[in-house]
Design a protein around this ligand. Sequence first.
Ligand SMILES: *Cc1c(COP(=O)(O)O)cnc(C)c1O
Length: 453
Amino acid sequence: MMAEATRILLDESRIPRNWYNIVADLPVPPPPPLHPVTSEPVGPDDLAPLFPAELIEQEVSAERFPAIPESVRDVYRLWRPTPLVRARRLERSLGTPARIYYKYEGGSPSGSHKPNTAVPQAYYNARQGIRRLTTETGAGQWGSALAFACAQYGLECEVWMVRASYDQKPHRRSLMRVYGATVHASPSPVTSSGAGILAEYPESPGSLGIAISEAVEVAGSDPETRYALGSVLNHVLLHQTVIGEEAIEQMAAFGEAPDLIVGCAGGGSNFAGLTFPFLREKLAGRMDPVIRAVEPEACPSLTRGTYAYDFGDAAGFTPLLKMHTLGHGFIPDPIHAGGLRYHGMSPLLSHMYELGMFEAVARAQTECFEAGLRFARTEGIVPAPEPTHALAEVVAEALRCRETGEEKVILTALCGHGHFDLNAYDRYLSGEMEDFPLPQERIDTALAGLPGA
Ligand SMILES: *Cc1c(COP(=O)(O)O)cnc(C)c1O
């Protein structure tokens, strides 16, 4: 219909009115989170110190199409709907007959897909009279999204930022402060979990698992404070489905149906956000895309982890989540894709992976940066280090199509820009960037610490 178009922009009236909950359409429901002491499924009362009631309800709900509150849609209007773009110049540089499309989430206030869930999370907390939110952040994407969302709803925001990123990405820290948040390097001396780790490892680069422990500890000890998580949980994946709902409409406007959908997966939220609505269409027999997650070789929870109950954090404060995990004690090497350095994978996605609903591959960071540079030099957008993993897969697939002549339609999530990651690009350009192939012993050691192992 619009095969000649390059960008499909939708009117703001096309912002979705509902999120899509894929749990309603799964043949088997995902295993529940368990209480770490009793091993019973956790109930709403167990979660109430950490999350507001409406998010707990969304976490366990099987309602297929929960309504998006008007207040949230109104904030979404600041940047949604996001563009869907045909990467013609990338295609040309690869000499491929494949047609490549990307859904660009980098135009949000904080520069990634994260505000799609930060805004509703801040909204539901504010409605319940909560005064302050705590959270962890890796690369700073989630912390800056939540800081922005808290500013929209008059909430205080306190962020524990993984030490490695705190040092590598000072401008993300500045952005959080601009939005009004307080930022600590994690491990920090202000929590007992952080202080304990610092006593043992004063030079600890931190991990998302440690930072989560710190944020959860503070939220759990103050009735006016709750905790917000930027990935992994069902309600987060739910909120991100606005990406895929818009993309379905935009692909139809291009007159295309994807043969392959590729996304990077850290905790899995941008991947789920793009793919779940397409999976609904696939389950209903209306399209048949192959769906593929890409993770870093340095932190390969889906491709090399175990499917088992594990803690979501390093200290063991959270409920036990059944997921693909490298072990909650796993500390990944300091690759630049901070958002992909989580030891586990979303339990919902892990369950779906076991059901064979999507594929996963791992890629090394230098080939990802190479793809990121190619994308920047052709399409003009500098991708965040995380989606360069998806781009490396897209490039490899497009080159395969060049060999076979296949006119494959490839769709990917360009989930954030890399304007705060230019030092990482500098390191790549000056030849200083290394890959961190992960020895099996490190995985085995961390897995030996699984609860019940
Ligand atoms: C946080 C982040 C990720 C990783 O989180 P997911 O939940 O797997 O999406 C990936 N890309 C960007 C740009 C991020 O900010």
